[in-house]
Design a protein around this ligand. Structure first.
Ligand code: CAO
Length: 424
């Protein structure tokens, strides 16, 4: 019996993927659960297991192909008897739906969608490249030149409807002509000035590019800089036995910043909110989920640490280490990349004195951390050397005014300057 192997619904916000590698060839005998393809979504890399044992009859895709949920990828000649979901041969009736693999896919699948619909199509982390939409909606979007990742679905479970696509097309048409012209200006022929090489964007790069361009175009943002005296944090870290890499209790600077920022978000709810521009409303969230930017060889990923305001420093440090490790191995589940309410981006391990992070829409603020350095501080009588941590807060000026941004950042600095409050 022939059986179609299709791309299952990995999570609610993932409707497309890319074939990274085909792991089997026609004629090859495979066992149940044996990986057939390596597939990459904008959120994770995973292996597609065989639903049952059999012989590969046909492979319908190749590395690099974009594939959609429900698309038939391979055909299997099942080892024995008709299995559930088996496609009927020509004589059999009534026809059954093609089999779809269970959504449990490798390590990235365990929590495919427990969270419910997330309003945050965040990029690679935050990324919302794949949006839930029917083929008819996708077709209309293609025809109208509408990028589905920029459309907010108003249908059940955030699905994008035909009306949503039409509304987006209308909004784009009424956007300032200059903006549209900039997007569509042709590139010059660079080869006129020397040899060039073209390379397609990876999935993560593409999602980052789209999310950044979208955030940059819709969020009027300002960046505010400040510095926190890190003397107490450093003393605290030393006392708590920080330093030993691999030690489950290691408290990193990032963990302190996440914890302090999470508490500050409780005190300043406007920075833990989103802007509904259509309804001119602010959406305040009663949870504090902090996304942490992780630099990986595949690009930027932003896993989300949930309820950071309610967790202890050690727990945050441990979770951060696990999330960063998973990000680097591309083993984050989609739900671990969703639902962030604020982002922390620490570039201090690399260097720099300040930078302007881009707000991760639909969040309204992001905290950039640069490299701590020893600077002289005037104590009233003399200069004394103190470690200072440079912090850069970018915020959405539609909701957060400069004074509020400055106060929030000062609050974060004061939290870092007196970390004992965190424990008490
Ligand atoms: N100032 C000074 N030193 C710092 C520091 C800072 N702000 N942040 C980290 N360091 C130090 C650490 O203490 C560590 O030193 P040792 O090797 O002596 O222990 C070293 O730099 C490397 O630390 P790290 O980067 O692994 O630190 P971390 O565990 O706190 O950070 C993570 C984890 C995930 C935030 C980090 O690894 C990372 O990926 N940062 C990049 C984030 C990024 O790309 N942001 C840009 C997003 S927009 O494109």
């Amino acid at each position: 019996m022939r059986r179609d192997v299709t791309l299952p619904e990995v999570s609610e916000n993932v409707a497309e993927a890319t074939v990274v590698k085909v792991l089997v060839a026609p004629g090859e005998t495979v066992k149940a659960d044996q990986p057939l393809l390596e597939v990459e979504t904008d959120k994770a890399l995973f292996e597609l297991p065989s639903p049952e044992g059999g012989v590969v009859a046909e492979v319908l895709v190749k590395a690099g192909d974009r594939i959609a949920v429900g698309q038939v990828l391979l055909r299997l000649e099942a080892a024995e008897g008709p299995a559930e979901g088996t496609l009927p041969d020509e004589t059999a009736a009534p026809p059954k739906a093609p089999a779809t693999l269970p959504p449990a896919l490798g390590p990235s699948s365990s929590s495919s969608s427990k969270e419910g619909p997330s309003p945050d199509p965040s990029p690679p982390a935050r990324g919302a490249l794949s949006s839930p939409a029917s083929p008819a909606v996708r077709k209309l979007a293609r025809e109208l030149g509408v990028d589905l990742s920029s459309v907010r679905g108003t249908g059940p479970r955030g699905r994008i409807t035909l009306e949503d696509v039409k509304a987006r097309a209308k909004a784009l048409l009424s956007a300032p002509a200059a903006g549209r012209a900039a997007a569509s200006r042709p590139l010059p022929d660079f080869s006129r000035w020397g040899s060039v090489r073209r390379e397609p964007f990876s999935t993560v790069r593409r999602v980052t590019a789209e999310a950044m361009a979208h955030a940059w175009s819709v969020v009027p943002q300002v960046t505010q800089h400040d510095r926190a005296d890190l003397t107490s944090v450093e003393a605290f870290r030393r006392k708590a036995g920080a330093g030993g890499k691999g030690d489950a209790g290691t408290l990193t600077v990032t963990a302190f910043v996440v914890k302090v920022a999470a508490l500050a978000l409780r005190a300043f709810p406007a920075l833990n909110a989103s802007v509904d521009a259509e309804r001119m409303e602010a959406i305040f969230k009663d949870y504090v989920h902090v996304g942490v930017a992780v630099d990986t060889e595949h690009g930027l990923l932003v896993p989300v640490l949930r309820d950071a305001d309610r967790k202890g420093l050690r727990e945050i440090a441990r979770e951060l280490r696990e999330l960063a490790e998973k990000a680097r191995l591309r083993r984050l589940s989609p739900s671990e990349l969703e639902g962030g309410t604020f982002t922390v981006s620490n570039l201090g391990g690399i260097g720099g004195t300040a930078f302007s992070p881009i707000v991760s829409w639909p969040q309204v603020a992001i905290l950039g951390v640069s490299r701590a350095e020893i600077l002289p501080r005037w104590n009233g009588e003399a200069f004394e050397p103190r470690p200072f941590l440079p912090l850069s807060l970018s915020y959405d000026h539609r909701l957060v005014d400069g004074a509020l941004g400055a106060r929030f950042l000062r609050h974060v600095c004061e939290g870092l300057e007196d970390p004992w409050n965190l424990v008490l």
